[in-house]
Design a protein around this ligand. Sequence first.
Ligand code: 0PR
Length: 385
Amino acid sequence: MEDKPIDKQVILKELEELHKLDYEYADGRILGSMCTEAHPFAKEVYCKFLDTNLGDPGLFKGTKQIENEVIKSIGRFLSLDNAYGNIVTGGTEANLMAIRAARNHARKYKGITDGEIIIPESAHFSFKKAADMLNLKIVEAQLDENFKIDAESVRNSITEKTVAIVAIAGTTELGLIDPIEEISKIALEHNIYFHVDAAFGGFSIPFLKEIGYDLPVFDFSLEGVCSITVDPHKMGLAPIPAGGIIFRCEEYLEVMAVDSPYLTVKTQSTIVGTRLGASSAATYAIMKYFGKEGYSKIANDLMENTKFLARGLKELGYEIVCEPELNIVAFNHPEMQTNDLAEKLEGLGWKISVAKCPVAIRVVLMNHVKRNHLEELLKDLKDIF
Ligand code: 0PR
């Protein structure tokens, strides 16, 4: 830091120069992001709540009420009347809270002190962080030939140390929905905590189902589901950071509670202490603003773009890894290595993401990737050969 104050204009200029190095969603070239430009209304509301701190909710009673209402409201579209949980920084923190709840619950009621969690091979890497922080062993369940968690493999992985089973509704790499109903039954049978990571799919599957898409059940209507991660900052179009963790009952928060004697509330269950109220307020605003109808329209438009891209790719001789269930397309060309293809596309200005399981170029069809961008992409993909 300099010794003397610097003029605002000078600082702003410096920041703008650096900001220019960032890619912009609006260019439509970012193809591997699950985040997108937040809606202007959500950003406006976000700025109004910048000073609110949900770490001390007694001081920000109104904002705490907003968070509670957002959680109840998300819970309702996930088939839960009375949801508990928090708006957190993202899917990573939400998954960490879920696994912490599961671990603490198993410690309290089953005396498990060296627990294991069963996650699919397709799970997001946030579970590796959670296991590391919570001192749990990861047991990876295999995927079936459709890249979904294999229920038998889950069943065979259960031991007396299992504290949680995880399945995904909208996998990071392929956007696939695991057979959650089957896994829910297995979890119930064995009395094991079951967490569904719907960080990506949570804000689209329910709304696509409402307009007639035939997608599997993944939510609290399944008795075995104890918690769901669902991120407003992905398909919810809320500003970053906004993740959501929804618990079926309050007890899962209680087993994580630590005393916070000098605060306005006497216990705290979140991982983070001081935390934004702005994320809750912006999520509240954007959910009301779109309503189910708005989210259905967005999800449907993105599925239309997904089908358009998948069709176009096939016509050009590319092979798609699987028929998309949500708005992600993964593909390869039979005559070129994936990494070479990715390099060529990067050279043409596309910001590409390469999936690892299986290796493929992966396009996440978010709101900022418009039809004209897809046409340009298909043209480039044609010209490569
Ligand atoms: N669960 C699932 C299923 C996810 O796909 C992700 C992130 C998470 C949890 C973790 O969420 P947070 O990143 O909010 O903590 N999925 C994307 C990914 O890792 C996140 C992302 C977003 C990556 C934008 C890149 C990017 O530009 O691929």
